[in-house]
Design a protein around this ligand. Structure first.
Ligand code: ZN
Length: 299
């Protein structure tokens, strides 16, 4: 059997670890709760050690919550850096894995890696400039520009852009510890829950919460469209599992654009322009496998 890759979706509440080569060849998978860095990474290492008995693992890719250092030339490459998550600041994730396995380790933001998964096997095949947004406990955005995953100074923080706060309609101050009512502060899952007193999955589709949520999400998406000119916008994460919100977002984005972007993709095809991930909740773990393959070929 040909060699496999390890993929790790390192999230704030769970780590998903998989072994395989793609969506049609997942040979093993496990979900581990996110505990302390020592215990979580210890469990991750145990899982892959067990898998190595049966499968040759050529490289491992990591899709990590952040902020992170994704620069391979940096001394802190592969670290989770200044995260507010207790105990996890300055955690050397990729170095710990490299020390344990001595194979190439790919490492990037959860959203860039999910974007790579959608590019490899999902909604963004054939696209070279697109974004992947996650709307959940936080809001994050990654993607590709001209065929390259977006990095730059550190990595994009699309969730923390400023959007107009409709104070008359919405006196809620926002949840972001850094900016209060930035995009994430107004539109993440905890903001929905704090504003309306119950989590999104319990709010019925006709609840007024969704019109306001769609309005805020559309403001952020429209700004990103103006800046990056993406060929596709993929929106995943817990909040977007309420798929009835997609048509509301389509309508709001169209209204905000007001006919300005003269592309038939946007003017006529909004339904297939802003879409859920084709890989569902598996974009991250599968993207991590694609990232591992890249890490092997780059080594
Ligand atoms: Zn913020």
């Amino acid at each position: 059997m040909k060699a496999a890759y390890g993929g790790i979706e390192a999230g704030g509440t769970k780590f998903v670890c998989a072994v395989g080569t793609g969506p049609d060849d997942i040979r093993a998978e496990i979900r581990l709760p996110t505990e302390s860095p020592e215990s979580t990474l210890g469990n991750v290492i145990d899982f892959f050690r067990q898998q190595q008995v049966r499968h040759e693992i050529a490289a491992i890719g990591v899709a990590s919550f952040g902020p992170v250092d994704p620069d391979p030339d940096s001394p802190t490459f592969g670290y989770i850096t200044n995260t507010p998550k207790p105990g996890w600041a300055n955690t050397p994730v990729a170095p710990t894995l490299r020390d344990a396995f001595d194979i190439p380790i790919g490492f990037d933001t959860d959203v860039n890696v999910a974007a790579l998964g959608e590019h490899s096997w999902g909604a963004a095949r054939e696209m070279d400039t697109f974004v992947y947004l996650t709307i959940g406990t936080g809001i994050g955005g990654g993607g590709m520009v001209n065929g390259e995953l977006i990095h730059g100074l550190i990595h994009p923080e699309m969730g923390h852009i400023a959007i107009p706060h409709d104070w008359d309609r919405d006196p809620f101050a926002g949840t972001c510890p850094f900016h209060g009512d930035c995009w994430e502060g107004l539109a993440n899952g905890p903001a929905l829950e704090a504003r309306w007193g119950q989590p999104g999955e319990l709010l019925p589709p006709a609840h007024e919460a969704w019109a306001l949520e769609a309005h805020y999400l559309a403001l952020g998406v429209t700004s990103i469209m103006m800046i990056l000119s993406p060929q596709l916008v993929v929106m995943g994460g817990g909040v977007m599992e309420q798929e009835h919100i997609f048509p509301l977002i389509h309508r709001e984005v169209k209204s905000l654009l007001n006919g300005y972007i003269q592309s038939p993709t946007v003017l006529e095809g909004m339904d297939s322009y802003i879409v859920p991930p084709a890989l569902g909740g598996r974009s991250g773990a599968l993207g991590a496998i694609a990232l591992a393959e890249r890490a092997l070929h780059a080594s």
